[in-house]
Design a binder for this molecule. Sequence first.
Ligand code: CA
Length: 228
Amino acid sequence: MNRILIVEDEEKIARFLELELSHEGYQVGKAADGRTGLELALSGDYDLMLLDLMLPELNGIEVMRRLRRSSDMPVIMLTARDAVMDKVTGLDMGADDYVTKPFAIEELLARIRVTLRGRKNAGALSGQTMLQCGKLHMDCARHTVDYDGTTIELTRREFSMLELMLRNQQIVLSREQFIEEVWGYDFVGETNVVDVYIRYLRAKIDDAFGADLIHTVRGIGYVLREEQ
Ligand code: CA
């Protein structure tokens, strides 16, 4: 059974989440401030954290930052609709995903399933752990990426997308394949989210290093290959 930690200071939302998640068969713990939330998260007693960003004591971004020093526990952020910067910062800090308040419980449950399953798949990843395309290197075991020795910081989602492309070099992958492999079957939304993440990857790899690795194949999808 999966155990979920809810870190949320609005009691009504916390109680609602506790009820819904218990109903779905999850074991649930709660914290109403960032400091307690971080302590519970670091206890290792939970499989996933739902993290509100506006919290007393320690805000959600700070909780994320401190958590990631020693833990790769999956985190889904609960953010306000207009807090775009918070989402970006939170994802950069290593959050797995976010849900915008007010959220539909079905969407949140879907994202929890996807996030938990994604971690299971990552843990069971077989085969090569060192991947390479030109000067781009990925160490799947250590979860690091570099270009010609310079470290590239990627969010979890960007990492998964790049890993998929590295494992399928020269093969054109469709948006649907990305969604299926990286987001999972429970994905709720538009496949153009793939284009958004491809843009992030291009900015961090091709643009940043003057490389030419990520290619668009019009009407089909994307392919990673080194141009000779
Ligand atoms: Ca709050």
